[in-house]
Design a protein around this ligand. Sequence first.
Ligand code: UTP
Length: 291
Amino acid sequence: MDVRKVVIPVAGWGTRSLPATKNIPKEMLPIFKKPVVQYVVEEAQASGIDTVVLVTSQNKTIIEDHFDHNLSLESLLERQGKTEKLKEIRDVANMVNIIAVRQKVQLGLGHAVLCAREVCKDEPFAVMVGDDLMFGQKPGIQQLLDVAKAENMAVVGVIEVPESKVDRYGIIDGEEYGSGVFRVRSLVEKPQVGHAPSRLAIVGRYVLTPEIFEYLEKLTPGVGGELQLTDALQGLASRRRLLAVKLHGQRFDAGDWVEYLTANIYFALHDEDLHDDLVRRIQELVPSSGK
Ligand code: UTP
């Protein structure tokens, strides 16, 4: 299985992040020094993917622009001799090929992936949710690609969540297939606490085979009235054609304020120049945190 493309849906309204997202896409909010979506694209690039299919909507063109050249800025930095900054912004423009497709009405994640059908055609492809961040020794999507290639099957990324949080995720029911790998029997989107088949929650990383489009086309509104990708995955699971891989690493949902702010602190703490001052300031704000 050769996977060259990743679909990154970024067309949502980001209502949980209002008012910050009134005119700025959620995926462009900064985490430390970079916009959220840049981390996602870097993870794809580090996993050998060279083409990103952005599923966008109105007022989201600055996401495409971020991965393009800004020639005026580049010539300014060149004139000012700011070579390091110049390299940094040119590198972002040269990272991947960008293809943009429109999701004209925000009908849900499943519908967003369906919008990329004409671009993906009959190739397997990855999906990375544009506001979900994963950091670890091995890039999150690489962990899925390794299993998808070895088993020649579609794969979803899962993490174990506390019972009290199962109602925020798609949850899988599966049987052990290998170490940290499960064959998915069924999936349920946002089950009520106490009614989930497991605590294995789908996070925004998938490797899919083109047969998913057959199921996406037939979707009817699911939880929240949205066309849910989780519901389409049931089609693959019923044919025993879907695996789940337990992901290793840190994960942050940038659409949730606590997670978003924690991700900022996580990166800032990894910056040698900022670390000590930041720790001191946090201790001043939360006196008990130093004990
Ligand atoms: P979310 O449900 O987290 O995003 O979808 P949202 O709908 O923008 O946010 P809230 O819940 O209103 O705050 C995960 C990702 O899928 C994209 C979003 O842009 C986000 O990156 N998405 C969601 C689409 O592209 N289209 C949709 O119809 C829904």
